[in-house]
Design a protein around this ligand. Structure first.
Ligand code: SAM
Length: 305
């Protein structure tokens, strides 16, 4: 199965429109938008739409209809370099020891298949798009598959040692509902792994998540830009603790897959966060420790008055 996944090709085809000069125009337009207060960068409080960066101008479709059509070619066009290879770099996640995982935005089951190969005993999947779920079902790697939004999965609370979300966050208007739902699902001590299309790349390349429709028309699927600080803010406010982060850059291996991407060499194209939900006791201990620290500081301050 791993070999089959490895042989798949890239999700992002080189542009039909735009080009080097248009791609580089995006930052100027961005500066204008910020200067004229059309965009305000306050982490967690502003939805950054993709249109300010768009160098392609593809017609945009919603998630469900987009993936409902892309499903036919999805696994041939998505690159393992984007997500699977990043999963392989994470050292703080004890894959082999994990018994139960929830795969949010599981799509056709690429992530679930990798998790099973990595040693995770049982994986449940959730996705909005029935056609993607049908392919996931045919793989036979999931214990349970549910058609639902990742913000409200209906899965059992506190039941999972791992929650994973790969290549989905760019389709979400906001990140807090995802991080909160993942927190609800994870058991104390459990992990959340999120792999995403890098916001820096989306901004710099002006390239939405897209595919070629049956008629050959390139179509964009509703895409949002979530700066890394928005991830950190949303995850911390849900209670997660960051244990590891990795980024994948455009290197020779990527350029072998996408020879026309020379102008993106060294740009980060995807990122992986590994978060942990502290054990119940650890939360209490951390609370005590910080209270003790605060008391000491207060005493010092008082005695120096
Ligand atoms: C790029 S695919 C990723 C699939 C899989 N994780 C992978 O890595 O191949 C994105 C998937 O997220 C799903 N999706 C997007 N927004 C969603 C939401 N709000 N709730 C549930 N699924 C969603 C889409 O239906 C699609 O199957």
């Amino acid at each position: 199965m791993r070999k089959a996944l490895r042989s798949s090709r890239c999700r992002c085809e080189p542009g039909r429109r735009g080009g080097r000069s248009r791609a580089w125009a995006a930052p100027d337009r961005l500066v204008d938008l910020v200067r004229h207060k059309t965009l305000a960068f306050t982490p967690g409080s502003t939805v950054i739409g993709f249109s300010a960066f768009d160098t392609r101008g593809y017609r945009t479709v919603d998630v469900r209809s987009g993936y409902g059509e892309w499903v036919a070619t999805y696994e041939r066009t998505v690159e393992n370099a984007m997500d699977i290879e990043l999963l392989e770099t994470l050292r703080k996640v004890p894959w082999r020891r994990l018994r139960r995982a929830a795969d949010l935005g599981c799509g056709t089951g690429r992530t679930g298949a990798w998790l099973r190969l990595a040693g995770v005993s049982s994986v449940d999947g959730v996705d909005l798009t029935p056609e993607m779920l049908a392919v996931a079902r045919s793989k036979g790697v999931y214990q349970r598959l549910v058609e639902a939004d990742v913000s409200s999965t209906g899965l059992e609370a506190g039941a999972y040692e791992l929650v994973v979300a790969c290549l989905i966050d760019e389709h979400l208007r906001g990140l807090q509902p995802l991080y909160r739902e993942a927190w609800r699902l994870a058991r104390p001590g459990g992990s959340l792994v999120l792999v995403g299309y890098h916001p820096h790349f989306i901004m710099a390349a002006g390239m939405p998540t897209h595919f070629n429709s049956r008629s050959g028309e390139p179509l964009a699927i509703e895409t949002y830009v979530h700066p890394l600080s928005e991830h950190v803010t949303a995850a911390l406010s849900a209670g997660w603790v960051l244990v590891e982060m990795q980024e994948r850059f455009i290197d020779d291996a990527w350029l072998a897959l996408k020879p026309t991407w020379g102008r993106f060499r060294n740009y980060p194209i995807s990122m992986a966060f590994a978060w942990q939900k502290p054990e119940a006791g650890a939360v209490a201990k951390r609370g005590h420790a910080s209270r003790r620290r605060n008391d000491k500081t207060t005493n010092k301050t008082n005695s120096s008055l």
